[in-house]
Design a binder for this molecule. Structure first.
Ligand SMILES: N[C@@H](CCC(=O)N[C@@H](CS)C(=O)NCC(=O)O)C(=O)O
Length: 208
């Protein structure tokens, strides 16, 4: 097995978390390099696109969260081998990227602007993506986004729901998923109760 080092910010969530979870579910040892926010400016220049996550495989580097998710998904059998199912898995992961690319930039806005932008997101794009993701889940049987089994798409959507329901995003009501996409909340609970996911969070001393 290759030597793996996954670099992401030092918190439980975000774009790096699905890969951390997938490696843990697959029981693949990896160096879990957690970057404190205070160190980021110094380390940013050394990443391929000035962002995290980054995965090092035997000293070679790749970035872009979904490229990493696909690569790790293939290593640990959490990515479909069937091309159509793989495309469905990608579809869900890219939809999460669409919504994250609206949410993440608000973190760096001054307070008043952040409030206005997040209020607008909570009244439009976030419910839109929640409703459409739920429709896609239901279209594929209601339990998994692709292949009728756990894939990295489920981990990525679950991390979005975890973030939205946790209340960490000021001005975004944490009940949006319950109101607009209760089936995604059920799906998140199902992922949270996966024994390997539970073991991962209990090892880190946090609630899933
Ligand atoms: N398209 C990239 C986006 C990566 C991205 O924007 N990551 C954020 C954290 S979730 C980041 O590194 N922000 C710090 C910065 O841009 O300086 C991916 O999917 O990995």
């Amino acid at each position: 097995m290759a030597n793996l080092k996954l670099t992401y910010f030092d918190f439980h969530g975000g774009r790096g978390e699905p890969a951390r979870l997938a490696l843990s579910i697959g029981a693949v040892p990896f160096e879990d390099d957690r970057v404190p926010f205070a160190d980021w400016e110094r380390r940013k220049e050394d990443t391929p696109f000035g962002s995290l996550p980054v995965l090092e495989v035997d000293g070679q580097t790749i970035s872009q969260s979904n490229a990493i998710n696909r690569y790790i998904g293939k290593l640990v059998d959490l990515y479909p081998s069937d091309p159509w199912q793989a495309a469905l898995c990608d579809e869900a992961m890219e939809a999460v990227e669409d919504v994250l690319s609206e949410i993440v930039p608000t973190m760096f806005l001054p307070e008043e602007e952040k409030k206005a932008r997040r209020k607008a997101l909570a009244e439009g794009p976030i419910p839109f993506y929640l409703i459409r993701l739920q429709q896609r889940l239901e279209a594929h049987g209601g339990r998994y986004f692709a292949a009728g089994r756990l894939t990295v798409a489920d981990l990525k959507v679950a991390m979005l729901i975890r973030q939205l329901t946790s209340g960490v995003l000021d001005h975004v009501p944490p009940d949006l998923p319950d109101r607009f996409a209760p089936k995604l909340v059920e799906h998140y609970e199902q992922i949270k109760n996966n024994p390997a996911v539970k073991a991962y969070y209990s090892k880190h001393g946090v609630d899933a």
